[in-house]
Write a protein that binds this ligand. Structure first.
Ligand code: GRF
Length: 202
């Protein structure tokens, strides 16, 4: 883990990848930024992602790596990994980043890429997880934070929490119920990573 790429001094430098609204980025800004961790860079694949404004408001460097600006995904991912590494990031948090990352990217941050997903993995990986769960008649929903591997939401589970919604029919209603879980679990997973890293470095 961190011993392969060097253990930085606290607060631990992390980067966040976003594609959309950025409420999970906001939770990280509110709960761990400037405390256990320092968000040193925020990158997006979407040029006008509202999440980028949240980073700018905190004077955090941002960059956009659109897939269409590169010949292929691997080249884009290598450029993004270079930029994140140059900014000092040693943990990468996917907070609503809606594209897969190539193995080359993951190799640059071994066992140091985490994602938040709105289902109780291994159930309902991939896109439209809440819709998938509703379609299967689920009454219990949840959130998973997991390590990212080369598969689609298949990496080792770090934290998971569920909520019973026996009457839920609408994906928006489920998402609203899951938001507080996401916003608690993702910062907690960063704290866990940082404390484990400090144990290893000690
Ligand atoms: C979250 O629901 C997360 O689980 C999923 O994408 C969404 C991102 O929301 N991967 P936000 O951009 O953090 O508000």
């Amino acid at each position: 883990m961190s011993d392969q790429i060097g253990s930085p001094e606290p607060p631990f430098p992390i980067a966040v990848l976003v594609s959309g609204t950025g409420t999970n980025l906001q939770a990280l800004l509110d709960i761990v930024h400037g405390r256990e961790a320092e968000i040193v860079a925020v990158a997006s694949n979407v040029v006008d992602a509202p999440a980028l404004g949240r980073a700018v408001a905190h004077d955090i460097p941002t960059a956009v790596f659109s897939r269409s600006d590169y010949p292929n995904r691997q080249t884009r991912d290598e450029a993004m990994a270079d930029w994140l590494y140059e900014h000092g990031a040693r943990l990468i948090v996917l907070a609503g980043f809606m594209e897969l990352l190539s193995e080359r990217f993951l190799e640059r941050f071994p066992r140091a890429v985490k994602n938040v997903h709105p289902s109780l993995l291994p159930d309902y990986p991939g896109m439209h997880a809440i819709e998938q769960a509703l379609d299967h008649g689920e009454k219990r929903f949840g959130v998973t934070v997991h390590y990212v591997d080369a598969g689609v939401d298949t990496g080792e589970i770090i934290l998971q929490e569920s909520v019973d919604l026996p009457f839920a029919k609408d994906p928006g209603e489920v998402l609203e119920a899951l938001r507080p879980l996401e916003h608690r679990l993702l910062p907690e997973a960063v704290r866990l990573f940082v404390s484990q890293d400090q144990l290893i470095a000690a």
